[in-house]
Design a protein around this ligand. Structure first.
Ligand code: HSE
Length: 403
């Protein structure tokens, strides 16, 4: 018998219980042992829900029960999730979590404790919801040097950009629609400012290169200044605007950023629309591989958590080696990051073609029918070059990089 304790009976936690109960025979067969939810920890009562039979309010009951093999952490937040997870690992229990903030902030430390205790700390659901990406990175792609990871890592922003593309309208209207439909939270800052995607790409890049990327060090721009006009320009260019989280190897450093991009039909992520997420990984041997699916939602996310539970159940006292040290990965400074830039200038201000040419070299002019603007695409330049040049132009309306 494999006994599981679930911390937090919210959306994902209740999904985990539902999957383990609904698919119990199948999951038990795949593990080779019977699996059971022995405890659910939550402060609340759930009258009328069978979970009441296994509900506890005191974490010590779980921590001190030697029969509990696997702890599932679906509480969210850093505290007390961190303390509970650490205690569980120190007590020799495997932990599976969906908590990306916990993984991004404490990943190396918790992995080291798991290694010392010969158990596992697994976090498939922390990036890309139901999409298998963490385990493939650790196993299927292990033969490869990772050259690039680029992902649409946030469903809320992908929904907003898709709606603006398909139906027109400004960012604020699309955000309101996303909130009305329950995709965006009342406080949408973490999604629309790119912080959620920054945590996710920090985790992926840390795993890909075995050293730590702090999410605070990820150069991050959100989508709040993407306007209806930007979408019209994108269409004139036969491109779409997406927001990518990217880690790209440049020499012996890695360029890690979250920013909106213009991509054409030839890009593998072009057709990833709505709330869907997708992650493109380029290995130096396997070439391009792509992972696509639902990046959020109760059952997709819980399915990823249960995949970790199954993995842990098959390796109860065998640590699956995960390379992620607390040494900092060397990153390309923001000013040295390179891209082609699409830039819109307000014609009423200091736009002169000669000045643009002097600042950016040869550019390709983009005409989307707006008489009051001058828009163009640069060659590949650094962020530093862009910043210096734009200081000399007080007329920049917006800029979006090409990918
Ligand atoms: N808010 C996130 C998203 C949920 O929109 O993708 C999963 O992290």
């Amino acid at each position: 018998m494999i006994n599981v304790a679930v911390l937090g009976y919210g959306t994902v936690g209740s999904g985990v219980v539902e999957i383990i109960n609904t698919n119990n025979a199948l999951i038990s067969k795949r593990i080779g042992d019977v699996i059971k939810v022995k405890y659910v920890l939550d402060l609340r009562e759930f009258e009328g829900d069978p979970v009441q039979e296994v509900l506890v309010h005191d974490y010590n009951i779980i921590k001190d029960d030697p029969e509990v093999d696997i702890v599932v952490e679906t509480m969210g937040g850093l505290h007390p999730a961190y303390e509970f997870v650490k205690d569980a690992l120190l007590a020799g229990k495997n932990v599976c979590t969906s908590n990306k903030a916990l993984v991004a902030d404490f990943g190396p430390e918790l992995l080291q404790i798991a290694k010392d205790k010969k158990v596992n700390f697994l976090f498939e659901a922390s990036v890309g919801g139901g999409i298998p990406i963490i385990r493939p990175l650790k196993t299927s792609l292990a033969p490869d040097e990772i050259e690039e990871i680029s992902g649409i890592l946030n469903g809320t922003t992908n929904y907003i950009l898709t709606k603006m593309t398909d139906e027109g309208g400004e960012f604020a209207e699309a955000l309101k629609d996303a909130q009305d439909k329950g995709y965006a939270e009342r406080n949408p800052e973490a999604d629309i400012e790119g912080y959620d995607a920054a945590r996710k790409i920090a985790i992926l890049v840390s795993l890909a290169y075995g050293k730590t990327v702090s999410f605070e060090d990820v150069y991050t721009e959100g989508i709040t200044n993407i306007s209806d006009r930007d979408i019209v320009y994108a269409k004139a260019l036969k491109k779409k605007i997406k927001i990518f989280g990217t880690g790209k190897k440049v020499g012996d450093k890695v360029s890690v950023r979250v920013w909106p991009v213009l991509i054409g039909k030839e890009h593998p992520l072009y057709n990833v629309d709505g709330v869907y997420n997708a992650i493109l990984v380029r290995g130096n041997m396997v070439d391009d591989v792509m992972f696509y699916g639902q990046g959020a939602g109760k059952l997709p996310t819980a399915s990823a958590v249960v995949s970790d539970v199954i993995e842990a159940a098959k390796h109860l006292h065998i640590n699956i080696n995960t390379v992620w040290s607390d040494e900092k990965l060397e990153l390309v400074p923001a000013k040295q990051m390179k891209a082609q830039y699409f830039i819109r200038l307000n014609k009423k201000k200091d736009v002169a073609e000669e000045k643009v040419k002097k600042l950016f070299g040869d550019v390709t002019v983009v005409d989307a029918g707006f008489e009051d603007e001058y828009a163009f695409i640069t060659g590949e330049i650094t962020e530093g070059t862009y910043r210096e040049a734009s200081k000399d132009l007080d007329s920049v309306v917006n800029k979006i990089r090409l990918d």
